[in-house]
Design a protein around this ligand. Structure first.
Ligand code: SF4
Length: 687
């Protein structure tokens, strides 16, 4: 019999926010030309197809009976979930049921999840793991520019830059195809990397600044000081396009580079050199990422780097700018359409009466029936199962037991719940604790839109059918909504139908998708939001004419250095910082199942300077116990001579006793509610 070949389908990678273009033929993946990846893929993208046929794939709902997860028919599982949620809300109130979403979910799912929480459940208790990723950059962007679009210009604009300052970003590992956009700045002697570790990205830099973890804000103040003191500030731009410079400068004036050197360890001469390189460049960019954002003062840290960009006149200038390198696949779209605790679709605020009226109109409900803001991600997890907290939790697209800070506490909170439901395609560590697990489709098995790191809306096209027994998240939400008493048509299962409704709900909002259609995306149009109507060409570059504050000006932030939330002492004398490696993605729930990736990095390790290791009695390749004030974990020791002697590094992708997040500090940024993942006090012991 002649075999019919699977059609080739153009789509995008399931993982990070670069959303590299790929072509799928069945489960076979090939790279394709797309502006963000220009024909490149990283190892994660190349191997992404193997997960579709993974033997670990869930293909039937699981229900816990006598302590064990056992297969159950869909109707039984959904009936049980609906009945339990109803009973818990009846006994304890609407907010007794919570939802936790993810930055990898499509726009349609993020939107449907927010609507499901507010309309089908009537709960205010919804937030998502993007709170752990981009929230500080988002808050700082809104404060400075009046609008948060991670990169307010296309990635390809970086290609012609003479200088790029990367702070807390390691794209050579996290999104390798991105690095080709830095070639020109590297050749021009203008690629500068700020990172406490000498990462593969730092290796490629003209200048690598290696500050003590938690001191980035002081470093930004020192460079700003040098910009002003050495006559590099763009006074015309500051006067014409910004406000608040004087208050910001009053603080930076007290942070001369030699003082900053004592706090950060970065030589004063290097701070001045950065100021000079950026000022001399015709086209220059400042880009931040998690390293400088995931702090208890992350919003102010990013604000300090934006101040520097404003003093140099970069934002809103063609060929220059400030941007945030968003991490998760739909980190941008996932923070725009309603799965955040304080938000309605279109990046609207849930406490804004006009926003409530508009969105309630689209949903066909009374605006007064919509709940108000709920708890932020860590506060939500921390409250689970407590006297005043939710009694039930539904998790979509997240593995909080591995990825949340102080994860020992999070696991304890989950175990105190009356009812835990997890929708996932594999039995993640969080799913393994659930009362009901619902097996859902993967990216290549469904249509859906994603919004990449430059605010471009993309269509991820279905390439193959899902295995029997698997349903999409939209089908799950529909099935539950109907059982919870919602009209049959209120929660559509077709992604394009959901997107059409999302467009209407976002219309007139900050993130306006009204003019984006599946047909335009299928035709290959490059649509960066806002796209207010179907004739609008999209907005690849925002801020060229004005910033989004009512007066059209960007705002300097008056921010000062205070240091990390916890200090070192004799018991905890070292700074631990966490991050990602090339082969793994986020909690590793997916990439640990890909043999090639897992074989390359099968276990957690701790990078430590050989002298520091010696003092703790640790040998290269041996095991160490890493202890913080919140917990301890074990890791294999890697001697790395380029590490600072006061710092250790741990990747956070691993489960059980290998969880780096057993150590991390959930001290929260007062504005963004971002936990301080990037610095905590630890000690090393021989294991
Ligand atoms: S993980 Fe990111 S960089 Fe790697 S192929 Fe996928 S989208 Fe591209």
């Amino acid at each position: 019999m002649t075999q019919v070949a699977a059609p080739a389908v153009d789509t995008h990678c399931p993982y990070c926010a670069l959303q590299c273009g790929m072509r799928m033929t069945g489960v076979r993946v090939e790279p394709r030309e797309f502006p963000t990846n220009r024909g490149g893929l990283c190892q994660k993208g190349w191997t992404s197809g193997t997960l579709l046929t993974s033997p670990n794939r869930l293909t039937t709902p699981l229900v816990r009976v006598d302590g064990e997860l056992r297969p159950a028919p869909w109707d039984v599982a959904l009936d049980l979930v609906a009945a339990k949620l109803t009973a818990i809300q009846k006994a304890h109130g609407k907010d007794a049921v919570a939802i936790f979403g993810g930055g990898g979910l499509t726009n349609e799912k993020s939107y449907a999840l927010g609507k499901f929480a507010r309309v089908a459940l009537g709960t205010s208790q919804i937030d998502y793991n993007g709170r752990f990723c981009m929230s500080s950059a988002a808050a700082a962007g809104i404060r400075a520019f009046g609008l948060d679009r991670g990169m307010p210009f296309p990635v390809s604009d970086l290609t012609s830059a003479d200088a790029v300052l990367l702070i807390g970003a390691n794209p050579a590992e996290t999104m390798p195809p991105f690095v080709q956009h830095l070639t020109n700045s590297g050749r021009s002697g203008g690629l500068i990397v700020v990172d406490p570790r000498r990462t593969p990205t730092a290796e490629q830099a003209t200048l690598h600044l290696q500050p003590r973890p938690g001191t980035d804000l002081a470093l930004a103040l020192g460079i700003l000081h040098a910009v002003v003191a050495d006559g590099h500030a763009r006074t015309d731009y500051i006067n014409a396009r910004t406000t608040g410079f004087d208050a910001a400068w009053r603080i930076a004036a007290a942070w001369w580079p030699e003082r900053v050197e004592r706090v950060t360890g970065v030589a004063a001469a290097d701070q001045r050199k950065v100021a000079a390189i950026l000022a001399a460049a015709d086209k220059a960019y400042i880009l931040t990422a998690r390293g400088t954002e995931q702090h208890a003062r992350g919003t102010d840290m990013v604000g300090a780097w934006i101040n520097l960009a404003l003093a140099l006149g970069l934002p809103g200038k063609p060929g220059s700018g400030y941007g945030c390198l968003t991490g998760q696949g739909n980190g941008q779209g996932g923070r725009e359409h309603g799965q955040k605790a304080d938000q309605l679709p279109g990046y609207r605020k849930i406490d804004d009466p006009a926003a409530r009226a508009h969105v309630a109109g689209v949903w066909g409900v009374d605006p007064d029936s919509l709940p108000g803001p709920g708890r932020s991600a860590y506060e939500l997890l921390d409250a689970l199962g407590t006297e005043s907290g939710p009694r039930a939790l539904m998790v979509f697209g997240s593995n909080v037991i591995v990825s949340a800070p102080r994860s020992g506490r999070v696991a304890e909170r989950l175990s105190d719940l009356d009812f835990l439901v997890v929708a996932d395609f594999v039995l993640s560590e969080t799913a393994a604790q659930a009362d009901v697990v619902l097996p859902v489709t993967q990216w290549a098995e469904e249509d859906g839109t994603m919004t990449n790191l430059e605010g471009r809306v993309l269509l991820r096209t279905k390439a193959l059918d899902a295995p029997d027994g698997v349903r999409s998240d939209l089908e799950v939400l529909h099935g539950l909504a109907v059982r919870l008493g919602q009209p049959d048509g209120r929660f559509p299962v077709d992604p394009e139908t959901v997107f059409t409704e999302l467009r209407e709900a976002s219309k007139g909002g900050v993130a306006d998708y009204a003019g984006v259609t599946y047909d335009r995306l299928r035709a290959g149009e490059a649509l960066h939001w806002p796209v207010p109507d179907v004739d609008h060409p999209g907005t690849p570059r925002v801020f060229l004419d004005r910033f989004a504050h009512p007066d059209g000006r960007a705002r300097f932030a008056a921010v000062d250095h205070t240091g990390p939330a916890e200090s070192l002492d004799d018991d905890f004398p070292l700074l631990a910082t966490t991050g990602r490696v090339l082969q793994h993605y986020q909690s590793g729930a997916q990439t640990r199942l890909v043999e090639e990736l897992n074989n390359a990095v099968p276990e957690v390790y701790v990078e430590v300077h050989p002298d520091t290791a010696d003092r703790a009695g640790l040998t290269d390749g041996g095991m160490a116990r890493v202890v913080s004030r919140r917990g301890e974990m074990t890791a294999r020791v890697r001697h790395v001579a380029s590490m600072r002697t006061d710092t250790v590094f741990l990747p956070f992708h691993f489960p059980g006793e290998q969880r780096a997040n057993l150590l991390t500090n959930p001290a929260l940024d007062p504005t963004s509610r971002m936990p301080e993942f990037k610095v905590c006090a630890v000690r090393l012991e021989a294991s």
